[in-house]
Design a binder for this molecule. Structure first.
Ligand SMILES: [Zn+2]
Length: 124
Protein backbone atom coordinates (compact mmCIF):
# COMPACT_ATOMS: atom_id res chain seq x y z
CA UNK A 1 0.00 0.00 0.00
CA UNK A 2 1.40 3.37 -0.93
CA UNK A 3 0.80 6.44 1.11
CA UNK A 4 0.61 9.96 -0.20
CA UNK A 5 3.51 12.28 0.46
CA UNK A 6 1.52 14.31 2.96
CA UNK A 7 0.73 11.24 5.05
CA UNK A 8 4.35 10.24 5.18
CA UNK A 9 5.74 13.65 5.85
CA UNK A 10 6.62 14.20 9.46
CA UNK A 11 6.64 17.90 10.19
CA UNK A 12 8.81 19.08 13.08
CA UNK A 13 5.70 19.94 15.04
CA UNK A 14 4.10 16.56 14.47
CA UNK A 15 7.33 14.78 15.38
CA UNK A 16 7.47 16.69 18.63
CA UNK A 17 3.80 16.06 19.44
CA UNK A 18 4.29 12.33 19.01
CA UNK A 19 7.35 12.36 21.19
CA UNK A 20 5.73 14.31 24.04
CA UNK A 21 2.64 12.14 23.83
CA UNK A 22 4.78 9.00 24.02
CA UNK A 23 6.40 10.47 27.14
CA UNK A 24 3.01 10.85 28.78
CA UNK A 25 2.94 14.64 28.54
CA UNK A 26 -0.46 16.06 27.73
CA UNK A 27 -0.89 19.26 25.82
CA UNK A 28 -3.26 21.43 23.86
CA UNK A 29 -2.50 22.57 20.36
CA UNK A 30 -2.35 26.16 19.23
CA UNK A 31 -4.68 27.93 21.62
CA UNK A 32 -5.63 31.25 20.14
CA UNK A 33 -5.54 33.32 23.29
CA UNK A 34 -1.79 33.35 23.99
CA UNK A 35 0.81 35.74 22.60
CA UNK A 36 2.54 34.28 19.54
CA UNK A 37 0.20 31.27 19.26
CA UNK A 38 2.65 28.70 20.62
CA UNK A 39 2.38 25.31 18.92
CA UNK A 40 1.81 23.44 22.17
CA UNK A 41 0.54 24.37 25.59
CA UNK A 42 0.85 22.28 28.74
CA UNK A 43 -1.51 24.01 31.16
CA UNK A 44 -0.78 21.75 34.13
CA UNK A 45 2.92 22.51 33.78
CA UNK A 46 2.55 26.21 33.04
CA UNK A 47 4.54 25.68 29.89
CA UNK A 48 4.29 26.58 26.27
CA UNK A 49 6.38 25.19 23.42
CA UNK A 50 7.21 27.00 20.22
CA UNK A 51 8.48 25.14 17.19
CA UNK A 52 10.39 27.66 15.12
CA UNK A 53 11.55 27.38 11.54
CA UNK A 54 15.24 28.28 11.49
CA UNK A 55 15.10 30.62 8.51
CA UNK A 56 12.08 32.73 9.35
CA UNK A 57 12.90 33.07 13.01
CA UNK A 58 16.57 33.79 12.45
CA UNK A 59 18.19 30.87 14.21
CA UNK A 60 21.97 31.18 14.09
CA UNK A 61 22.58 27.69 12.78
CA UNK A 62 23.82 25.88 9.72
CA UNK A 63 20.32 25.43 8.31
CA UNK A 64 19.52 29.12 8.18
CA UNK A 65 23.02 30.27 7.28
CA UNK A 66 22.88 27.97 4.27
CA UNK A 67 19.77 29.71 2.98
CA UNK A 68 20.38 32.36 0.34
CA UNK A 69 20.12 35.99 1.34
CA UNK A 70 19.87 35.19 5.01
CA UNK A 71 21.69 38.30 6.11
CA UNK A 72 20.91 40.79 3.37
CA UNK A 73 18.05 42.78 1.93
CA UNK A 74 14.36 42.47 2.65
CA UNK A 75 14.63 38.91 3.99
CA UNK A 76 17.02 40.10 6.64
CA UNK A 77 14.64 42.89 7.64
CA UNK A 78 11.71 40.52 7.84
CA UNK A 79 13.68 38.02 9.88
CA UNK A 80 14.90 40.75 12.23
CA UNK A 81 11.28 41.84 12.72
CA UNK A 82 10.25 38.24 13.42
CA UNK A 83 13.00 37.91 16.02
CA UNK A 84 11.96 41.12 17.74
CA UNK A 85 8.34 39.94 17.80
CA UNK A 86 9.38 36.51 19.15
CA UNK A 87 11.26 38.17 22.02
CA UNK A 88 8.33 40.45 22.80
CA UNK A 89 5.83 37.58 22.83
CA UNK A 90 8.10 35.47 25.00
CA UNK A 91 8.38 38.33 27.49
CA UNK A 92 4.58 38.67 27.56
CA UNK A 93 4.14 34.96 28.18
CA UNK A 94 6.72 34.93 30.96
CA UNK A 95 5.11 37.97 32.56
CA UNK A 96 1.84 36.00 32.57
CA UNK A 97 3.54 33.12 34.39
CA UNK A 98 4.30 30.78 31.51
CA UNK A 99 7.58 28.98 31.06
CA UNK A 100 8.59 29.16 27.45
CA UNK A 101 10.40 26.42 25.54
CA UNK A 102 11.56 26.93 21.99
CA UNK A 103 12.42 24.03 19.75
CA UNK A 104 14.18 24.93 16.54
CA UNK A 105 13.47 22.98 13.40
CA UNK A 106 17.12 21.90 13.21
CA UNK A 107 16.95 20.50 16.76
CA UNK A 108 14.04 18.13 16.29
CA UNK A 109 16.37 15.25 15.50
CA UNK A 110 18.74 15.99 18.37
CA UNK A 111 17.28 13.49 20.76
CA UNK A 112 19.49 14.40 23.73
CA UNK A 113 18.44 18.00 23.51
CA UNK A 114 14.75 17.13 23.18
CA UNK A 115 15.06 14.64 26.04
CA UNK A 116 16.36 17.43 28.30
CA UNK A 117 13.38 19.57 27.43
CA UNK A 118 11.00 16.69 28.12
CA UNK A 119 12.68 16.27 31.50
CA UNK A 120 12.24 19.97 32.29
CA UNK A 121 8.58 19.76 31.33
CA UNK A 122 8.02 16.71 33.51
CA UNK A 123 9.49 18.44 36.54
CA UNK A 124 7.15 21.39 36.38
ZN1 LIG B 1 18.38 26.06 13.41
Amino acid sequence: MTKSRSENELTPELALRRLLHAQGLRFARRPRDLPGNPELVLPKRNSVVFVHGCFWHGHDCRTSRAAPNFKVGSWAEKIAANRARDRQQQAELQAAGWQVETVWECQIDQSALIARMVERLRQR
